[in-house]
Design a protein around this ligand. Structure first.
Ligand code: TNX
Length: 546
């Protein structure tokens, strides 16, 4: 890709549009003259729309980072320019068209989000970093995503990650055309978001004095762990994500995975406690009491503050792994089961139906505020919450059943899309990771197909998309998280974005090193299992005690 050193001392390189995720259609006109990006190039954005202005600023930043030349942004078309607009006629709002001739590059999106994905493609086509002039070959690229929901989940509860780290993860998602960040923000081991009405949630619930070592050994470290996001930080992160066309879906996991909240407000549990912010991993028997009216008031109050912070359409209510041990023995829960007339039948137990009632109440509260809910596939157990979107994690069965019943579903089966699992069969060569499932190597992620083959078009339309989950029991740092996510996120992005008919793992591997250059430019840590041995291998498995 290195051409020659021209009269200025900039190195001239040729852009390569074979990026990840692979665009729908790339037509290069090798007979025509391409566009030379250099210090004379400006970015033109005619629209006064703030999202388009932000797009232009991000493009300018990206180009500056890669080439050493940060182009000026102007509203008037002048000379050689990269022209951004958002009036492409397309049924898909995230579609874009990118055209390159000797005079200009135009990126026209069907919305500012579409333009943004064209910007990502342009940025990813630059094959290296340095003090560069870039020759963009004459071309027309037309592109649109396959799925509207392209998610990445990250758990900031098991370990806390500072706000700046969350922004870095959002940048990584944007680079992979991901548009939904599922933010797992509360769990047994830490409550990490400020709720004004319940100040003890963060005062007590965000701190644990120490943490179990490894896979629930009997040994504990001696390091207090804690942290939470203030409302101001959350608003800033929501804005940062929105600038990158990413909607945040906050998850307040209930009625299980609530031990940190119980440590702060023991009266919300069946036994009254005392409870501790959990110092080990797994599934806690201590959950919210479903027979106590003040618990329902608590849930509504918390959701009111959550809705006020997160403008997106969906709130994730969790619903996973809620043992019924306490409810079975709790007089209040049993009284409620009786009052509601819930009975065990061959499909579900009375306690499962109680959970369904619990989730439905929360969903109704949100519906009154114009919001929809997502829940883990367990929420189907005692009767599906009306209108809820199912997130299918214990395999694909939940997603299949939901779609068959006319519900929307998001596929996130652990067998393919869990980034907290090791990425090679050689566990000893991998950092400490979740060990309850088989490894999920890059190729396995790449070959995942979210729509079951036997689905009718009507059922297929209920599969909104796919998402990968990164749980952080064993992931204490951002660099470690990056190692677990990259390059699996690249494989995920093709599952979410590209035409499955064009799937070709070898071709993906051929295109990967150019994306890895961008990882290097951003100082991201990544796994090197599938990279050619000639590729830079500055990355390393983050240190972890095994
Ligand atoms: C299962 S996926 C969980 C999480 C754990 C994860 C570890 C899901 C809904 N629940 O609470 O962190 O396994 O891999």
């Amino acid at each position: 890709m290195l051409l020659a050193t021209s009269c200025s001392n900039k190195t001239e390189v040729i852009a390569n549009y074979d990026v990840i995720p692979l665009p729908d259609k790339i037509e290069v006109d090798s007979a025509a003259q391409g566009f030379m990006f250099d210090s004379g190039t400006k970015i033109v954005v005619a629209s006064a729309d703030s999202a388009m202005t932000r797009n232009a600023e991000l493009l300018s930043e990206y180009l500056g980072q890669l080439t050493g030349t940060t182009p000026e942004i102007t509203a008037k078309e002048t000379g050689k320019a990269i022209v951004l607009s958002d009036d492409l006629a397309s049924g898909n709002k995230e579609a874009y068209e990118l055209t390159v001739n000797s005079e200009k590059i135009t990126i026209n999106g069907a919305s500012p989000a579409g333009t943004f994905y064209g910007i990502q493609t342009l940025r990813k086509s630059i094959p290296q970093t340095g003090d560069l002039k870039v020759l963009f070959p004459a071309a027309t690229i037309t592109d649109a995503p396959r799925f509207a929901y392209r998610g990445a989940h990250f758990d900031t509860a098991r370990h806390f990650f500072p706000a700046d780290s969350v922004k870095v993860l959002i940048d990584m998602m944007a680079m992979h055309n991901i548009n939904r960040f599922h933010w797992h923000i509360t769990d047994d081991q830490g409550w990490r978001i400020e709720i004004e009405k319940y100040p003890e949630l963060v005062a007590k619930g965000s701190m644990r004095p120490n943490t179990v070592i490894g896979h629930n050994t009997e040994e504990y470290d001696t390091v207090p762990h804690g942290g939470y996001y203030t409302k101001e930080q959350v608003r800033d992160i929501v804005r940062y994500a929105a600038d990158r066309h990413i909607t945040i879906i906050p998850e307040i996991d209930m009625p299980g995975h609530m031990q940190a909240a119980l440590a702060a407000y023991p009266e919300l549990g069946c036994t009254g406690g005392p409870y501790e912010v959990w110092r080990k991993w797994g599934i806690s028997d201590d959950v919210l009491c479903a027979g106590n009216d003040s618990v329902y008031a608590f849930v509504n109050d918390v959701l009111d503050e959550i809705v006020e912070l997160f403008p997106g359409e969906y709130v994730h209510l969790g619903g996973d792994e809620c043992p019924k041990t306490r409810w079975k023995e709790c007089a209040k829960c049993q009284a409620r089961i009786k009052a509601l007339g819930l009975k065990t039948d061959k499909h579900s137990t009375a306690e499962q139906k109680l959970q369904s009632d619990f989730m439905t109440r929360a969903a109704e509260h949100l519906a009154a505020k114009g919001r929809k809910v997502i829940g883990w596939d367990e929420i189907m157990e005692g009767g599906l919450t009306p209108g809820a979107v199912i997130m299918s994690w214990r395999g694909e069965e939940g997603g299949r059943a939901a779609a068959a019943a006319g519900h929307d579903a998001i596929m996130t089966p652990y067998q393919y899309l869990y980034f907290d699992f090791v990425q090679s069969a050689d566990r000893d060569a991998e950092p400490l990771a979740a060990s309850w499932g088989d490894p999920t190597p890059v190729e396995k992620v790449y070959n995942y197909e979210p729509v079951p083959a036997e689905f009718t078009p009507e059922q297929a339309a209920h599969i909104l998309g796919a998402q990968a989950n990164t749980w952080t029991e064993y992931i204490p740092t951002t660099s470690y998280a990056q190692y677990m996510m990259l390059p699996r996120m690249a494989a995920l992005s093709e599952v979410q974005w590209s035409d499955p008919a064009k799937k070709d793992y070898q071709d993906f591997l051929r295109r990967l090193p150019q994306l890895v250059n961008l990882y290097d430019a951003n100082h991201y840590n990544y796994a090197t299992h599938v990279l050619p041995s000639s590729a830079k291998t500055t990355a390393s498995a983050a240190t972890a005690s095994k």
